[in-house]
Design a binder for this molecule. Structure first.
Ligand code: ADP
Ligand code: MG
Length: 393
């Protein structure tokens, strides 16, 4: 789960990491009031969406009077911001952060993340702040410094000093070490997967300040992060995914055209692989779980069909706890009730598979049955492409 920049900054402040003073607002009037209260002579107005690249897209703007702050807030609020990270449909801006403008001397990159390969928290830092880290990695890999943290001992002072020296903050090694250790503690305490400060800056007065903050929390830890779980912003999530979680379905939207309805996360992954192997692209990951009732199957169809890119649906069930006859009933019911006209490929195996296939046969519906996963994927890919014959990969 992601949270907004202003929420991440509140957490950083609570851990003693300096950020520019600021406040989130929902109206232009409140924006002007906040600017006045903050004082100073220059402010920034920052669109709060769960995506970066706002600066370049006009979502981070400088103002030199409270009236101008209000004007910018008025333009941003309710607008759709398209950045490198939002995709072409963009994101609607519902709130903006008004901050005192910092006097920047240098911008740096700093992030902590859980690295699956080393199974460690890794710190990444660079003197190339404000820039996409992937771009730095590709163009100037020597400008990036990484340190792995041993979970047994935590982040050590010498590692912080090494990073400070590498990014040209050797002079400020002591305050940098304090800052980094606070960030590390926040990361551990809140079960983060990623905490990225891009940029963190050294001001003209020599202070180290977090100017931007992106924080991703491990969904599997939300049960013990009650206060953070409440920060979930459904406006920032795919509505199909939100609806699916309400039905206890595990759905992830993807960009292909073969809709998938599968039981079991592993089989769902295997199904997506098989689709790609046959030259297609899955439109989603969907695990209907163990005891899938006909209602649950019907809900799965409804969610998959909300994606306008779907050209064919592949139902792949290997029933152990599940029963193929229930799934078949669900498929028949959904196809009738929802008047589905797209080709549907069904592969049933395991408990009551024969009974399930009989239900499909007798339904009188134009369902495409498949022998096994390979056959199912080939038929679904062909159907999505508008072909009836199957190509052997
Ligand atoms: P994004 O990463 O989405 O583009 P940032 O928060 O990193 O958004 O802002 C983009 C740039 O705007 C920063 O690199 C920095 O130069 C400038 N900026 C952001 N916040 C402030 C601030 N409070 N004071 C001065 N400049 C800022
Ligand atoms: Mg940034």
């Amino acid at each position: 789960m992601n949270i907004h920049e202003y929420q991440a900054k509140e957490l950083l402040r609570a851990y003693g990491v300096p950020t520019p003073p600021g406040e989130v607002v929902y109206t232009a009037k409140a924006a002007a009031r906040v600017a006045q209260e903050l004082g100073g002579s220059r402010w920034v107005v920052k669109a709060q969406i769960h995506a970066g690249g706002r600066g370049k897209a006009g979502g981070v703007r400088l103002a030199s009077s409270p009236a101008e702050v209000a004007e910018i807030a008025d333009q941003l609020l309710g607008s759709t911001l398209v950045t490198e990270q939002t995709g072409p449909q963009g994101r609607v801006v519902n709130r903006v952060l008004v901050e005192r403008a910092s006097r920047i001397d240098r911008e740096f990159y700093l992030s902590l993340f859980v690295d699956r390969v080393s199974q460690r928290i890794v710190v990444i830092a660079s003197d190339q702040g404000g820039v996409d880290i992937e771009r730095i990695a590709a163009e100037r890999p020597e400008a990036i410094r990484t340190e792995q943290v041993d979970p047994g001992v935590g982040l050590l002072d010498f590692q912080c000093r090494k990073i400070a020296t590498a990014i040209g903050l050797g002079r400020r090694a002591a305050p940098f070490t304090r800052l980094l250790k606070r960030i590390y503690r926040l990361f551990r305490d809140k079960d983060c997967l990623l905490l990225e400060l891009n940029p963190f800056i050294e001001t003209e007065d020599g202070d180290l300040v977090a100017l931007d903050a992106k924080m991703t929390i491990d969904d599997n830890a939300l049960f013990r992060q009650g206060a953070i779980a409440e920060l979930r912003d459904f406006d920032e999530e795919d509505p199909k995914e939100v609806e699916a979680s309400g039905h206890d379905l595990n759905y992830v939207a993807l960009d292909g055209d073969v809709g998938c309805i599968v039981n079991g996360a592993g089989l769902a992954m295997g199904t997506m692989d098989a689709i790609v192997l046959h030259g297609g692209r899955p439109a989603n990951f969907l695990d209907v779980g163990g005891g899938a009732s006909p209602e649950k199957v019907a809900n799965a169809f409804r969610i998959v069909l909300k994606d306008p890119n779907v050209r064919a649906i592949l139902v792949n069930i290997f029933a152990g706890i599940n029963r193929c006859d229930w799934i078949a009933e669900g498929v028949v019911q959904a196809t009738r009730d929802q008047a589905i006209e797209l080709p549907i490929v069904v592969r049933l195996a395991g408990t009551n598979a024969d009974a399930g296939r009989r239900i499909l046969d007798r339904s009188g519906l134009d369902l495409i049955q498949a022998r096994d996963l390979d056959d199912a994927a080939a038929k679904a890919v062909a159907a999505a492409a508008g072909r009836t014959e199957v190509r052997v990969p």
